[in-house]
Design a protein around this ligand. Structure first.
Ligand code: OAD
Length: 231
């Protein structure tokens, strides 16, 4: 009955048709990170930023969870110990794949945030610059996404869960963005078994005990089968 913390990144949603960030033709090859994923970019050109996330929200809504998302939901349902999915993804494919214990450390496309009073509410499919906050009426709506230079959400809960983990798995993440890229070191420090599941070794790949390389829709269901059989 191991306690398991799973960190996921864009690679787990790639086979659902959602672009990753750092692939040769990925989102960061098509858009300037400073323009669309920083607080300064939002001040400079809020319309560009809102349009970027509106497009991603629309695209995400038409995508379907894949076998990897569904396998993690099965692990959550059938494992005796705690299973926590910590995702860097802003899509909702883990939830639509059936998972319930999911933390979105980089925010969610489905949520809007008031930059004035920090109230959150379900984002409309199309957000507009200057949308009013339903709580304080300030025209300060922004996508509820953690941008570069901002602090990821739920770090206390994540560190807490890592402290109880017997197994830490990182799936489909390139290991370039901290603090998420540092979770393997934290998990190893407290003695958890660590495994990287990815297409290729990540930037922090050498820090894992084990590596499983291949497309997530194949590797993740097989890994989940092994865990549930106690292998
Ligand atoms: P990246 O685009 O950096 O990395 C995606 C990883 O998934 C790469 O290591 C790929 O090799 C792997 N991959 C691609 N297809 C796969 C597949 N079918 N099966 C398994 N693995 C596959 O995305 P992230 O690591 O998620 O943050 O990026 C981390 C953060 O950087 C994002 O949350 C985002 C971005 O800037 C913010 O916007 C704040």
């Amino acid at each position: 009955m191991p306690n398991i913390v799973i960190l996921t990144g864009a690679g787990i949603s790639a086979e659902s048709g959602i672009e990753t960030f750092r692939a040769e033709t990925g989102l960061w090859a098509q858009h300037n990170v400073e323009d669309v994923a920083t607080p300064e970019g939002f001040v400079r050109d809020p319309q560009l930023v809102v349009n970027f996330y509106n497009a991603r929200r629309a695209h995400g809504a038409s995508a379907l969870p894949n076998a990897a998302h569904e396998a993690l939901a099965r692990l959550e349902a059938e494992n005796d110990g705690e299973v926590l999915i910590v995702t860097q993804n802003v899509d909702d494919l883990h939830e639509r794949g059936g998972a319930q214990n999911v933390l979105h450390m980089h925010g969610s496309l489905g949520s809007a945030l008031c930059a004035s009073c920090e109230h959150r509410w379900p984002a409309p499919m199309e957000m507009n610059v200057g949308d009013a906050c339903p709580a304080c009426s300030a025209p300060s709506a922004r996508p509820d996404i953690v941008w570069f230079g901002e602090i990821p959400y739920q770090m206390d809960r994540i560190i807490d869960a890592l402290g109880r983990a017997d197994i830490f798995a990182a799936i489909g993440t390139s290991g370039n963005v901290y603090p998420a890229a540092g979770f393997v070191a934290e998990a190893a420090r407290i003695g958890a078994q660590t495994v990287e599941i990815n297409l290729e070794p990540s930037a922090v790949g050498s820090q894992f005990d084990n590596a499983i390389m291949g497309p997530a829709t194949q590797t993740v269901p097989a890994w989940v089968d092994d865990i549930l059989k106690g292998r």
